[in-house]
Design a protein around this ligand. Structure first.
Ligand code: SF4
Length: 343
C-alpha cells in the first residue's frame, strides 16, 4: 500500500475527503519514525509546530441528560455521582469566562447536558455567547442536537464553533449510544455548517473499541465534505456507574500517539485537541502527541465533571517543550519556569 497519499502543493497539504480504510490502516501501521515524519511534515506545512491553542470548557447545565451515552456521568440512565443542575446563572458563566481568559484561554466552550436545547433555554445561551464573545474570547457551545434555525440563532449571537462529536466508529456506535444515531449527529453538524458556524467534532478512545474503530471514526471525520476545524480526541475518563466501565480498554501510549498522527495526516488543516483524559497521560506522552500534530489542549482543573491537569502543570510542560500559547501572553516570563528546571 502506497501511503504517501496526501498531495503537497506549494508547501501546503491539500485536504482529501476520500480516505479508505486500507489507507488509514496503512498509515497507522507505518514504522513509528516514518509515521511521525509524515505527520510532522503535514503539520509544519499547515501550522506553527511550536504553538498550541488553549481552550477552556464549562458545564453550564450539568446532568439529568435523557441520552444514554454509555461513557457519560451526566446521563440520567445511570446512577453516578453527578447531580443534575439547572442552567447556570448568566453572570456566573461570564465571570468564569473572564477567569478563563485571565488564565490563558483563547476559546471558551459552554456545554449543556441536553438532548437538544429548548428555545427558551437557547435565548439564555445566546445571551451568554454574546457576552463571552465581547470579552474577546472565541466562543464554542455544545448543546446537543440543533435545528438549522437554532444554529442560525447561535451564529447571530456571536458563536464561532459548535461542538458535536461523532464519538466512535459507525460500527461501534451502537454499543455506546442507542438514543440517537450517528446520522442524527451528522445532520446537526450539517446544520451548523450551513449556518456558517465552524465545527468542532471528534470522539473518545478507550471505551472498548478496537484500533479499526478508532480509524473508522477518523474516516467519518476526514470524509465529511469539510473537515471539522477542531478535532477533539478524548481518552475515556473512568466514571463509576456507567456501562463503559465494563468494556474500557485504554490504548497504550504509542497507540494513542499513532492515532493522533493519523488524524493529523488525514485532516491536515484541522486543529487536533488533546481533550479529556490528559490527566492519565505522562508529560512524555503529551510531548509525543504534540510532535504527532496535536495542537490544542483544554486548560483548567476541571473538564465538565472530570479532572484535568492543573494549569501550572500545563504551563510548565509547554515551557519545557518551547511551545508557545496564550499562557505566554498572560503569565509573562516571571511565572514561566525555566526549560531546564526539573518538574
Ligand atoms: S448527550 Fe452529552 S451530556 Fe447527554 S449523555 Fe450524551 S455525552 Fe452525556
Amino acid at each position: 500500500m502506497n501511503v504517501s497519499s496526501f498531495s503537497v502543493v506549494k508547501g501546503s497539504v491539500l485536504p482529501r475527503h476520500d480516505w479508505t480504510r486500507d489507507e488509514a490502516q496503512a498509515l497507522y501501521d507505518l514504522p513509528f519514525a516514518d509515521l511521525m515524519f509524515q505527520a510532522q511534515s503535514v503539520h509544519r506545512a499547515n501550522f506553527d509546530p511550536n504553538h498550541v491553542e488553549t481552550a477552556s470548557l464549562l458545564s453550564i447545565k450539568t446532568g439529568g441528560c435523557p441520552e444514554d451515552c454509555g461513557y457519560c456521568s451526566q446521563s440520567a440512565h445511570y446512577k453516578t455521582d453527578v447531580k443534575a443542575t439547572k442552567l447556570m446563572d448568566h453572570d456566573d458563566v461570564i465571570a468564569t469566562a473572564r477567569r478563563a481568559k485571565e488564565s490563558g484561554a483563547n476559546r471558551f466552550c459552554m456545554a449543556a447536558a441536553w438532548r437538544n436545547p429548548k428555545d427558551k433555554d437557547l435565548d439564555r445561551v445566546c445571551d451568554m455567547v454574546s457576552e463571552v464573545k465581547a470579552l474577546g474570547l472565541e466562543t464554542c457551545a455544545t448543546l446537543g442536537m440543533l435545528t438549522r434555525e437554532q444554529a442560525d440563532r447561535l451564529r447571530d449571537a456571536g458563536l464561532d464553533f459548535y461542538n458535536h462529536n461523532v464519538d466512535t466508529s459507525p460500527e461501534f456506535y451502537g454499543h455506546i449510544i442507542t438514543t440517537r444515531t450517528m446520522q442524527d449527529r451528522i445532520e446537526t453538524l450539517a446544520h451548523a455548517r450551513e449556518s456558517g458556524l465552524k465545527v468542532c467534532c471528534g470522539g473518545i478512545v478507550g471505551m472498548g473499541e478496537q484500533v479499526e474503530d478508532r480509524l473508522g471514526m477518523l474516516m467519518v471525520l476526514a470524509n465529511l465534505a469539510e473537515h471539522p476545524e477542531s478535532v477533539p480526541i478524548n481518552l475515556w475518563n473512568e466514571v463509576k456507574g456507567v456501562p463503559v466501565n465494563g468494556t474500557a480498554n485504554a490504548p497504550d501510549p504509542i497507540e494513542m500517539v499513532r492515532m493522533i498522527a493519523v488524524a493529523r495526516i488525514m485532516m491536515p488543516k484541522s486543529v487536533v485537541r488533546l481533550s479529556a483524559g490528559r490527566q492519565y497521560m505522562t508529560d512524555e506522552m503529551q510531548a509525543l502527541c504534540f510532535l504527532a500534530g496535536a495542537n490544542s489542549i483544554f486548560i483548567g482543573d476541571v473538564l465538565l465533571t472530570t479532572k484535568n491537569p492543573q494549569t501550572d502543570k500545563d504551563a510548565t510542560l509547554l515551557n519545557r517543550l518551547g511551545i508557545k500559547s496564550r499562557f505566554d501572553e498572560v503569565r509573562g516570563s516571571e511565572q514561566a519556569p525555566s526549560s531546564s528546571r526539573a518538574v
